[in-house]
Design a protein around this ligand. Structure first.
Ligand SMILES: O=C(O)CCC(=O)C(=O)O
Ligand SMILES: [Fe+2]
Length: 259
């Protein structure tokens, strides 16, 4: 199956390499410059590809870390990647007229930071309940792009064939939003869980209803960060149409419209 068939049949593509060249290097360099004093002792003359994988001395403190994250999230380097032709062309493998959705993000994962670990969820769970017109009924796909490589201990897991079920009811998680589907373990088959592994600059694209999560914390804790982007585009020709929605989600939407 090609990427488009995989996206619509299974709910996510295989790994795709995105040739971002300088645009990726510039984003990596920004992250390195902002974090270099927090890393273990190292030779700063080594290539950026290696420096971006170095472990931290200690887990960064919450407020200073938020500042770093905000700086990256507001940077021109990030914008250049998200709106690049290379990313848009990657979306053209599945959508005929990809348009940038307004929510994309840079993420850093450390084992200790539970706030950045997302439980089983569907991204449409958030978009569906939004009050903004340019967020609802767009059905954006998510392109999860690795900035410094990822493995089975720090990446994400996507569950095949779950995009054909329905939009599930999500429970609120403090500091995150509607990001937890209850009792999901009953509904997903172990064999359908795919744990992502990537080289830097590799991505996969998944459907807005595909159930996925951050890989939970394992015992093997090291302080190497996992950097990734979730980049969202929707199809202006609307290739994803109506979805089946749990009645509790519909009620929530009506209720939110009233307050
Ligand atoms: O990167 C992660 O750990 C979570 C990503 C996610 O849920 C998303 O990209 O929609
Ligand atoms: Fe997500």
């Amino acid at each position: 199956m090609n990427d488009k068939e995989l996206f619509f049949e299974r709910g996510f593509t295989n790994n795709i390499k995105v040739e971002l060249g300088q645009k990726l290097t510039q984003l990596q360099s920004l992250v390195y410059d902002l974090t270099k004093d927090l890393l273990i002792e190292h030779d700063s003359n080594q290539p950026i590809k290696q420096k971006i994988k170095l472990p931290f001395k200690t887990v960064p403190r919450g407020d200073s870390w938020s500042k770093i994250m905000n700086t990256v999230n507001e940077s021109i380097q990030l914008k250049d990647v998200i709106s690049s032709d290379e990313i848009k062309n990657t979306f053209k493998r599945i959508f005929s007229k990809p348009v940038l959705f307004e929510i994309s993000a840079f993420r850093a994962r450390f084992p200790e930071q539970s706030r950045v670990l997302y439980n089983w969820h569907q991204d449409e769970g958030t978009w569906f309940l939004s009050k903004k017109k340019n967020v609802t009924e767009k059905f954006p796909a998510t392109l999860w792009l690795s900035i410094n490589g990822s493995d089975e201990k720090n990446s994400i897991q996507v569950v095949g064939n779950t995009h054909k079920l329905k939009l599930f009811n999500h429970q609120w998680v403090d500091g995150q939003g509607f990001f937890k589907i209850n009792n999901i373990n009953k509904m997903i088959k172990e064999d359908d869980i795919h744990t992502v592994k990537t080289e830097e600059s590799e991505c996969l694209i998944f459907h807005p209803l595909t159930i996925h999560r951050s890989v939970p914390v394992s015992e093997n804790i090291d302080l190497r960060p996992r950097y990734s982007l979730d980049i969202r585009y929707f199809d202006d020709n609307l290739s994803i149409k109506k979805v089946n929605v749990d009645f509790r989600v519909k009620l929530k939407k009506i209720f939110r419209g009233l307050i």
